[in-house]
Ligand binder design. Structure first.
Ligand code: BDR
Ligand code: CA
Length: 315
């Protein structure tokens, strides 16, 4: 099988954890690295959580690199109320056997992409885009070498989830998102318009719980935690499961509808900080270098998660 080389940049996070379980079990990927960034919880915890999750999944072959501990020019902001104080919901933290790999996440991204054929390495970004922005600053030419950059981030029709206008990942480091989107890389954004269609219903969680593997149990426990928290905070019975979307798209693009567009990020206004202005009209935007996910086959995404976390471990 011709496997897709992939780097996952993340801030686990309960839905990051589901995305990691999906990626760990998908034989279609050559997982080059997980790069951790400060986001939902501080980077020391997101890097530890990534190491915990790879140990649970039996994937210590995948190196974890620690990355940026703060946004480019903002104070760090967390989302512990949605992920738990340690970031992984009800999962009790433990010190994993294997440490982080030597070196910084930014250098790992640069080295892994620049030493492989152009456009051959995909990135799935599911936290604030600080690591990638720093890598693009440090390595001129990186944008052209990257394969698809599949991002969980952005708010348009659905409105925001951290403010009226903005989605958390973009809001947390809007300057990084603006730089990445202006870099010329092949960015595909899975914002709330798409991810709010991917809901962990009672039936879907219960189905995962019957699989009986560590990967499936972990994914289901993240969703159970979200179900409880989102009921309390937002009043939703079926919480959205955001971060698996970019990974699912890399596995099975036909599960998503995408539209070409030009996306810019509000970085100056306090009121609308982090809003993603998604322009579909070429006559207005000049060029349409990005793609925006407009709809999702949620059953298809959950089928991928079930297959990847199942006994065989591959899809
Ligand atoms: C995004 O914000 C984070 O809290 C989640 O992990 C996800 O990446 C959703 O807005
Ligand atoms: Ca995340």
């Amino acid at each position: 099988m011709n496997r897709q080389s992939l780097i996952i940049d993340c801030d686990p996070g309960v839905d990051d954890a589901v995305a990691l379980m999906l990626a760990f079990g998908a034989g279609e990927f050559e997982l080059l690295a997980i790069t951790a960034v400060g986001g939902n919880v501080p980077v020391g915890k997101t890097a530890r959580n990534a190491r915990m999750l790879r140990q649970i999944a039996g994937r210590e072959d995948v190196p974890v690199f620690m990355g940026a501990d703060r946004p480019l020019r903002r104070e760090p902001a967390g989302a512990g109320e949605f992920h738990g104080a340690e970031g992984l919901g009800d999962l009790t933290p433990f010190e994993p056997d294997a440490p982080c790999a030597d070196g910084h996440a930014v250098d790992a991204i640069i080295d892994l992409v620049m030493t492989r054929p152009a456009r051959s390495v995909a990135l799935a970004v599911m936290g604030p885009m600080t690591n990638l922005a720093l890598a693009l600053r440090k390595a001129p030419g990186l944008a052209e070498r990257l394969g698809p950059v599949a991002v969980m981030g952005g708010a348009r029709s659905e409105g925001g989830n951290i403010t009226a206008s903005a989605e958390f990942n973009i809001w947390a480091d809007p300057d990084a998102a603006a730089e990445v989107l202006a870099s010329g890389c092949d960015a595909v954004l899975f914002g709330l318009d798409a991810t709010h269609q991917v809901r962990a219903t009672e039936q879907r969680i219960a189905a995962l719980e019957t699989i009986g593997t560590a990967k499936a149990e972990t994914a289901a426990s993240m969703m159970r935690f979200s179900q409880r928290i989102e009921r309390e905070i937002v009043g939703w019975d079926a919480p959205p499961v955001h971060d698996p979307c970019p990974v699912a798209w890399l596995l099975k693009p036909e599960l998503f509808e995408l539209a070409r567009c030009h996306i810019r990020v509000e970085t100056e206004s306090d009121l609308t900080r982090g809003h993603t202005a998604v322009e579909f009209r070429e006559a207005v935007a000049g060029t349409l270098p990005h793609r925006w996910a407009t709809s999702t086959d949620a059953d298809g995404v959950f089928a991928l998660i079930a297959a990847a976390t199942g006994a065989a471990g591959t899809i």
